[in-house]
Design a protein around this ligand. Structure first.
Ligand code: NAD
Ligand code: FE2
Length: 383
């Protein structure tokens, strides 16, 4: 058995880390950046923190700010046009997962124009060249897109999110500066934090996990158990810890994969435009319940992280139940929705959701191989 790890060339972490952006652009000889972002990041004043630095150094750039959450194929195609029109040689994705993922797809197509339809990038595409260099600057603590080899785009026509896995899209540089995250509204901290927790737990229990990925995932879910609630309540030290925990989980799951929570969350985004973290938060505890007999001793570590007494001494069955209950309780306490009806799903939508989830790239990473009937039953239990 061999394992593969793909990580950023360089990362900067901490308050003020953004100061390294311009020196890195200059050191690497880039001439003009296309800054990929969205309206919310621009309006919140977060984008200005970055462009102020480019302005001060008179580093040439153009802004593409048309990205929308659950970014569609059309966003990517407009971004590729902007890349060419502006003659940029580096992409800076600043925002949550949506702008960063869009920057990745733009960078991949910029270097591999034969994939201009975007849809053909689904799964593991046979791209030949590394993307136009990408710099990932997260403003949410959740997706870890800044350090993953994945991006997620929405096929608008078929209302389907598709995951692209491609080592050619790894950002060369990640800048994780918690100063860009303090101003997130509470609901965004909750949703993105639950996404990070889902990455850490799904990456921990996926069959491809190994010692190195276990080390980072366990660290990440322990940090999230201690800090997500505090971060949501406005503790800026906890926001900083969540920024790191998200990245740490990304180092792991990007290399070993995820599972059924993500497989079932993507159709909720594609068909109902549910925010990705909200969808994961609804599904995490129910899918952990479904998986519990297929996870060896691993729920003991999860239970212990959430403060369950005697996690390493009591009968495994009891500890597994307590781990699931602890995750469910956190989701409830944070105020995340707990039903798919809260994002607009009705009985009539279940067959399409289940079919999409079964076909999702993340689903085979689940420790328990799910059938169409299993998946439909889990969705149905959450109406
Ligand atoms: N690439 C990956 O490996 C990966 C992993 C998980 C999820 N994803 C994808 O990422 C997307 C979700 O990303 P996300 O959850 O980070 O949200 P997002 O990027 O969709 O942003 C959600 C909203 O938050 C706003 N926002 C972002 N940062 C802000 C800040 N600091 N202050 C105020 N508002 C801010 C944005 O303007 C937007 O309106 C989904 O499409 C999901 O499928 C990608
Ligand atoms: Fe995710």
């Amino acid at each position: 058995m061999t394992y593969r790890m793909i990580l950023n060339q360089t990362g900067y972490f901490g308050r003020g880390a953004l100061d390294n952006l311009v020196p890195e652009l200059q050191r690497r000889g880039f001439k003009k950046a296309l800054v990929v972002t969205d309206e919310g990041v621009a309006k919140s004043g977060v984008l200005a923190k970055l462009t102020d630095k480019l302005d001060a150094a008179e580093f040439p750039y153009a802004i593409f700010s048309d990205v929308v959450p659950n970014p569609p194929v059309e966003n990517v195609q407009a971004g590729v046009k902007a890349l060419h029109d502006e003659g940029a040689d580096v992409l800076i994705g600043i925002g949550g997962g949506s702008p960063q993922d869009t920057a990745k797809a733009i960078g991949i197509i910029g270097a591999n124009p034969e994939f201009s339809d975007v849809l053909s990038l689904e799964g593991v595409a046979d791209t030949k060249k590394p993307a136009v260099p990408i710099i990932g600057v997260p403003t949410t603590a959740g997706t870890a897109s800044e350090t993953t080899i994945n991006y997620v785009i929405t096929d608008t026509k078929n209302k389907r999110k598709f995951v692209c896995v491609d080592e050619h899209d790894i950002p060369i540089l990640a800048i994780v500066d918690p100063d860009l995250m303090d101003g997130m509204p509470r609901s965004l901290k909750v949703a993105t934090g639950l996404d990070a927790l889902t990455h850490a737990i799904e990456g921990f229990i996926t069959p491809g996990a190994w010692e190195l990925s276990d080390a980072v995932h366990e660290k990440a879910f322990r940090m999230i158990a201690q800090n997500l609630q505090k971060a949501a309540d406005g503790d800026t030290d906890a926001v900083e810890k969540m920024a790191y925990a998200s990245y740490i989980a990304g180092m792991g799951y990007s290399n070993v994969g995820l599972g059924l929570v993500h497989g079932m969350a993507h159709p909720l985004g594609g068909r109902y435009n549910a925010p990705h973290g909200v969808a994961n938060g609804i599904l995490l505890a129910p899918v952990l319940e479904y998986n519990k007999d297929y996870t060896g001793e691993k729920y003991r570590d999860i239970a212990d992280a959430f403060g369950v007494e005697g996690a390493y001494d009591r009968p495994l069955e009891d500890v597994r139940n307590d781990a699931v209950a602890a995750v469910a309780e956190l989701t409830r306490a944070l105020g995340n929705p707990t039903k798919i009806s809260e994002v607009g799903v009705t009985e009539a939508g279940l067959d399409d959701l289940a079919a999409d989830a079964l076909a999702d790239v993340c689903t085979p990473g689940n420790p328990r191989q799910a059938t169409l009937e299993d998946i439909r039953a889990i969705y149905a239990s959450l109406l």
